[in-house]
Ligand binder design. Structure first.
Ligand code: MG
Length: 162
């Protein structure tokens, strides 16, 4: 068993779509970034890489590389997952937290959970999605950013004959 943790934060700005867990959320602002700035998938990607001691997404997909301009984070997650699987790991479960003052995520949590499960080809009951506000405190509390944490548990898949 290997445990991994990931964190990410991006600023909220006008004129961008808000994409979280690969799901487009209706809101007046979106997250600023080189890619689609999906903090949830970035946190999950980093948690997966951390659990397998494979560095972080900043190393793998530098934001100075034009190749990753406006790239979908789902594609980055897919690349990360391929690395993990290549090392013989399977995902036991994932847990995530979205920290945002707005919008309210209750109507979207299930959709985000199902989409993460679909992207990773695991049952939805192995994915936890929780949302909370920052109680008005700091940049997140002033609606200037959204952050996400993720934890994952990987298991080494038994090879035939083990
Ligand atoms: Mg990021």
């Amino acid at each position: 068993m290997r445990i991994g943790i990931g964190y990410d934060i991006h600023r909220l700005v006008k004129g961008r779509d808000l994409i979280l867990g690969g799901v487009k959320i209706p809101y007046e602002k979106g997250l600023e970034g080189h890619s689609d700035a999906d903090v949830v998938l970035h946190a999950i990607s980093d948690a997966l890489l951390g659990a397998a001691s494979k560095g972080d997404i900043g190393e793998l997909f530098p934001d100075t590389d034009p190749k990753y301009k406006d790239v979908k984070s789902a594609e980055l997650l897919e690349k990360v997952y391929a690395l993990i699987k290549d090392k013989g790991y399977v995902i036991n479960n994932i847990d995530t937290i979205i920290i945002a003052e707005e919008p309210k995520f209750t109507p979207f949590k299930k959709q985000i959970q199902q989409n993460i499960a679909r992207l990773l080809n695991i049952p939805a009951d192995r994915v936890g999605v929780k949302a909370k506000t920052n109680e008005g405190l700091g940049g997140i509390g002033k609606k200037g950013a959204i952050a996400s944490y993720a934890a994952v548990l990987l298991e080494l898949k038994k090879k035939k004959g083990d």
